[in-house]
Design a protein around this ligand. Structure first.
Ligand SMILES: NC(=O)C1=CN([C@@H]2O[C@H](COP(=O)(O)OP(=O)(O)OC[C@H]3O[C@@H](n4cnc5c(N)ncnc54)[C@H](OP(=O)(O)O)[C@@H]3O)[C@@H](O)[C@H]2O)C=CC1
Ligand SMILES: O=C(O)C(=O)Cc1ccc(O)cc1
Length: 434
């Protein structure tokens, strides 16, 4: 089997956002790519890639599999079993197969079930979206059923991304990404749900101008402007994610009850104890991941920001409570973190490492009823998303997601421009080395 650029070729099955990004970058790096999407997309895909040197589009996965030396399945997580069942037997003798889906248990199970035994398995996962520059971002590699030499071959293929290779088992990958991805998305999905329930575009209200709020708004819109199946797949198919998301919903509910019950001392005690277990003493002198001047630059609002308006920050208090209850130290996951996770940790840290800001949030939660209805809707939303993930029903997830996405859709273009700029600037300051 060929193992160099001159004599090997790479197959990509599923030419959606990630598949196209891989095809583009790997062919630019000099690899020969054989790619396909669904048969009905053959003609349009062929036209789209007509001028991309090194990429050949085929009508289906059989034709890709039989001639490629490393084959990557880059399809929706929910259909991985079906697609591998369809094309797996056509895999070239002695080839290596991998997948790009965000949850590895079903993907690896599908490979074991459907691939011939002479086929090796090295899977991967780029921990960022298709529009993020892979340079310096984590790239997980899973040597599931393969020789060291085959792993090296795959590493060589993917080396042109300039990503940081992280070697994990499938099981470790799923445990970590439940912490970093699934629960992070649950928080932002819930924010969007609450804003929609109260028919708000939050940046049109003075209470949501500046700083942390910019990140909340931009990321929420970014998620809702993406494909629902990416978020549904990694939450519903990952068993560890259900528990994490449930804990997040419980933390939100518990803290909300303390707020409306006026239990100031108990609220402060619980939140500060959680903060102490997540933001360990001794870290005070370290640089914050995010700073005011960065946060303030990316507002969808045209209102001036004078002083940060007080906010109970229930979503942030709850994530720290959740991490603490689950014994998660988020900094331990930096090596395997997505950009969104680093932003989420960044804003949380920003609140918890500023004692005045934290006190203000806790006092606001008790004394100021301005946010009560928003926090109530947020609590409902967190519980509803948790139920939706626990029930494991893709269609109801899709329905919820798309209903809310539709509400925000008119604002996606401006949010995307600003959000991309924000991600770029902030990512330069929050690498996975932090
Ligand atoms: N988007 C992201 O930020 C990231 C996504 N991932 C993961 O990567 C995978 C791909 O995601 P993404 O590219 O965003 O999703 P897309 O929906 O853009 O791409 C998936 C593609 O696979 C195609 N497909 C489905 N069935 C078949 C089949 N039988 N044969 C050939 N092609 C098929 C789909 O066609 P159709 O649309 O017609 O069904 C679609 O074009 C997912 O598992 C996702 O979880 C990983 C990292 C980041
Ligand atoms: O950064 C995030 O969490 C994203 O939303 C982008 C994303 C989505 C799915 C992945 O498997 C990896 C990255």
């Amino acid at each position: 089997m060929g193992r160099t650029k001159e004599d090997a070729s790479i197959g990509i099955i599923g030419m959606g956002d990630m598949g196209k990004m891989y095809a583009q970058r790997l062919s630019d790096a000099g690899w020969r790519i054989n790619a396909c999407d669904r048969p009905e997309n053959f003609e349009s895909l062929k036209q789209e890639f007509a001028s991309q040197k090194g990429v050949t589009i085929f009508p289906n996965g059989h034709l890709v599999s039989r001639i490629s030396d490393y084959i990557l399945y880059s399809v929706e997580a929910g259909v991985i079993d079906k697609v591998v069942a369809q094309y797996g037997l056509s895999t070239k003798v002695g080839a290596i197969v991998g997948g790009q889906t965000s949850c590895k248990a079903p993907e690896l199970a599908a490979f074991e079930k459907h691939l011939p035994s002479d086929v090796e398995i090295v899977s991967c996962h780029s921990l960022h979206g298709p529009k993020v520059n892979p340079q310096g971002q984590p790239l997980v590699l899973i040597q599931h059923r393969a020789s060291d030499e085959s792993l090296k071959f795959v590493e060589n293929i993917l080396s042109s991304f300039g990503s940081k290779h992280v070697h994990l088992t499938g099981e470790m990958h799923d445990r970590i990404t439940a912490d970093t991805q699934a629960v992070t998305h649950a928080a932002f999905l819930s924010m969007g749900t609450a804003w929609q329930a109260n028919t708000q575009f939050p940046w049109e209200h003075g209470r949501w101008v500046g700083g942390i709020e910019n990140v909340k708004i931009n990321i929420t819109l970014r998620i809702y402007s993406n494909k629902w199946h990416v978020y549904a797949g990694l939450a519903i198919l990952n068993p560890a994610a259900k528990q994490q998301i449930r804990q997040y919903a419980e933390s939100v509910t518990d803290l909300y009850k303390l707020m409306i019950g006026g239990q100031r001392e108990e609220l402060k005690r619980r939140v500060k104890a959680a903060g102490a277990s997540v933001f360990r003493p001794g870290s005070e002198g370290q640089d914050l991941l995010l700073k005011d001047e960065v946060l303030d630059r990316f507002s969808l609002s045209n209102r001036p920001r004078e002083k940060a308006p007080p906010n109970s920050h229930l979503s942030l208090l709850a994530i720290v409570d959740c991490w603490s209850k689950l014994g998660i130290v988020p900094y331990d996951h930096m090596i395997c973190s997505t950009p969104l996770f680093r932003l989420w940790l960044g804003v949380t840290e920003y609140l918890f490492r500023n004692q005045d800001l934290l006190e203000e949030a806790l006092d606001t939660a008790i004394d100021d009823s301005t946010f009560r209805s928003d926090d109530l809707e947020f609590t409902f939303a967190a519980r509803a998303w948790s139920d939706c993930v626990s029930f494991g029903d893709f269609e109801s997830y899709r329905h919820r997601f798309e209903r809310i996405a539709e509400y925000f859709a008119p604002r996606f273009p401006e949010a995307a421009t600003l959000g991309n700029e924000m991600m770029k600037t902030i990512l330069e300051k929050t690498t996975s080395n932090n």
